[in-house]
Design a binder for this molecule. Structure first.
Ligand code: PA5
Length: 451
């Protein structure tokens, strides 16, 4: 069992909530935990993610890493194009940015992403970029019908077939989708693509520890067994009905207490660029799970120190409806120190010999204290390092916290009915069969919003 690599420190919150308030949330956390574990709460047919860390079979991990090895041999130091959106994209992107070298050019092989936007320039440039490299494709969609990845896959598939022939392309395409339903499953069968299944009871934003994330991450060279092991470790300390023992329950309770006091937005603030996409993943997990029925904590992300020179002013002095969670890496992989210059013409010799991490720490401490003084409730989520184990713990911690928090808010954290509204309008406006009535009602209203 792995050690606890993440810690949540809420000791700075004393001016904003009394210990007795936290204790008073114990029953709410206990009830949410009970509902989750006994699978009696809302959305209880989507709780498969709870068991992924401990019940993912060795056979599945082996088949994922074997197939990833095969793909790596085929593309050598080339490119895997990973096609997907939302939960079929963000976890993989987050993990690669967290664990890999900072620049794509230093990663071998590289994973490039498509299908998370609708943009000809992006796709054209991507295909231009990969034309001199060996390429494989992983198309990921649980429903198998999502428009953005589906149309991107049409373009990429046509390109692959032109380059490698239909059979050659099929040997380089892996589909990750529902075991039976959806157009992608049908296509995979017809074309003979290798395929992985997304379990029925795991929703998109909770799916990073299924083949959705594990396969592309294994191709990228990450240790996916360690990711699962880390998540299993977190399951042990994010468990139980006591906010003093269940780290995820404690964080969920604090978010809800602050929310009810009018702090309706949570800013996840990072001080290391490797955490930017963990934030993006968390924003989806949290926003799509909680933002419904007219309630929900609005998740936002800031990258410090970059954003201290942008939104820092707002955070210090703006509307006091935000609380801040500082997500911090305790250890970077490398260290640089400020050199000493004999002439000290830039007046920086007072920093000579000090590491960037030391300076960043002072920026972090200075910001926490300034924001507390400015009336922003702040807590710190400390991550030990950039390892797969730590990230696995973090993924599970957030998943569990968001599930508990959703139950405390009395919403179903596992559906996303609001996402359908734009889709229905888009299908009607695109002329999809079955949407004729809606198309009529919408057409006059689009007049002034054309691009
Ligand atoms: O969390 C979710 O369920 C969504 O964000 C989905 O992941 C996203 O819409 C992509 O769906 P699909 O994998 O079906 O293409």
């Amino acid at each position: 069992m792995s050690t606890q690599n993440i810690n949540y420190n809420d000791s700075f919150l004393s001016a904003f909530l009394a210990p007795s308030e936290l204790e008073s949330y114990n029953p709410a956390v206990a009830q949410a935990e009970k509902q989750l574990i006994s699978k009696t709460g809302l959305g209880n047919d989507f709780l498969g993610w709870l068991d992924l860390p401990t019940k993912t079979s060795r056979d599945l991990v082996k088949s994922i890493t074997d197939k990833a090895g095969e793909v790596r041999d085929k593309i050598k130091d080339g490119v895997l194009i990973s096609i997907g959106i939302g939960g079929s994209y963000l976890g993989t992107k987050a993990a690669i940015e967290f664990c890999s070298p900072s620049f794509e050019e230093l990663r071998k092989p590289r994973v490039l992403f498509a299908g998370h936007n609708i943009n000809s320039d992006y796709l054209t440039d991507m295909l231009e970029l990969v034309k001199d490299h060996e390429v494989a494709v992983n198309v990921i969609s649980k429903s198998g019908t999502t428009t953005e990845p589906a149309i991107a896959f049409r373009i990429v598939r046509e390109w692959m077939e032109k380059r490698y022939g239909r059979k050659g392309a099929a040997e380089r395409i892996v589909a990750t989708t529902d075991r039976a339903k959806g157009a992608l499953r049908k296509l995979a069968k017809e074309e003979g693509y290798a395929a992985f299944e997304i379990p029925d009871d795991v929703g998109g934003r909770f799916s990073v520890l299924t083949p959705v994330g594990l396969f592309p991450l294994a191709v990228a060279g990450l240790d996916v067994a360690k990711l699962l092991e880390g998540a299993a470790g977190a399951a042990a300390f994010c468990n139980g009905e006591d906010v003093n023992k269940n780290l995820a329950g404690r964080y969920a309770a604090i978010r809800n207490i602050l929310f009810r006091k009018g702090y309706t937005t949570e800013v996840m603030a990072t001080f290391q660029p490797q955490l930017h996409f963990v934030n993006e993943w968390w924003k989806q997990l949290s926003g799509e799970s909680e933002g419904k029925n007219g309630t929900g904590i609005m998740p936002a992300g800031l990258d410090y120190t970059t954003d201290l020179h942008s939104l820092g002013q707002w955070m210090q002095d703006g509307l006091r409806n935000v609380f801040e969670t500082f997500m911090i890496l305790k250890k970077t992989s490398k260290t640089m120190t400020v050199p000493k210059f004999s002439d000290d013409s830039d007046d920086l010799n007072y920093l000579a010999g000090r590491s960037f991490e030391d300076i960043n720490e002072k920026a972090f401490q200075g910001t926490v204290l300034a924001h507390l003084d400015g009336g922003v409730p702040a807590a710190v989520l400390m991550l030990a390092d950039r390892s797969e184990t730590t990230l696995g713990q973090l993924f599970f911690f957030f998943e569990k916290a968001v599930a508990l928090s959703g139950y405390i808010l009395r919403v179903n954290p596992f559906d996303q009915p609001g996402v359908e509204a734009y889709k229905k309008n888009m299908f009607a406006l695109l002329g999809k069969a079955g949407y004729e009535k809606q198309a009529q009602a919408l057409s006059a209203r689009t007049k002034d919003i054309s691009i």
